[in-house]
Design a protein around this ligand. Structure first.
Ligand code: FES
Length: 129
């Protein structure tokens, strides 16, 4: 199946294990540089801005550790807000709405992310190629 135009390679499929460490990547969201992360839960991949909806902080204190001890929920290390690992919906704690989701596509052992009107690849600095 052809990839949608603009798809950006993120990681190999086996870099994302169920309930395991997230794979980070950089985006521009509404023109602002942000970190984002991808995870896998029950076989499905999902990605979100790494920005809690309680306070605009990154979820992980230990790099890429965004799942709780059960491996079932995403948790913000700051004050314990809990999010659904594939929808990003707020499931408990002090969150104020769900995480901002970034569309992913998994195909032939590779995971791709799909920019949209709000979230795009960081600009490549001049001479940075
Ligand atoms: S900053 Fe995430 S729960 Fe407070």
């Amino acid at each position: 199946m052809p990839l949608p135009p603009g798809a950006i390679a993120l990681c190999a499929s086996d870099a994302l294990r169920d309930g395991g460490l997230a794979v980070p990547f950089e985006v521009l969201h509404e023109g602002v540089p942000n970190r984002a992360f991808a995870v896998r839960h029950e076989g499905q991949v999902a990605a979100f801005l790494n920005r809690c909806t309680h306070v605009a902080m990154e979820l992980d204190w230990q790099p890429n550790r965004v799942f709780d001890a059960s491996g079932e929920w995403l948790i913000c290390a700051s004050h314990g807000a809990i999010f659904h690992p594939t929808s990003g919906e707020c499931m408990g704690g002090p969150c104020n709405g769900g995480l901002v989701r970034i569309a992913l596509l998994e195909q032939d052992g590779q995971v791709w992310w799909l920019p949209d009107a709000h979230t795009v690849a960081p600009e490549v600095a001049a001479g940075d190629d």
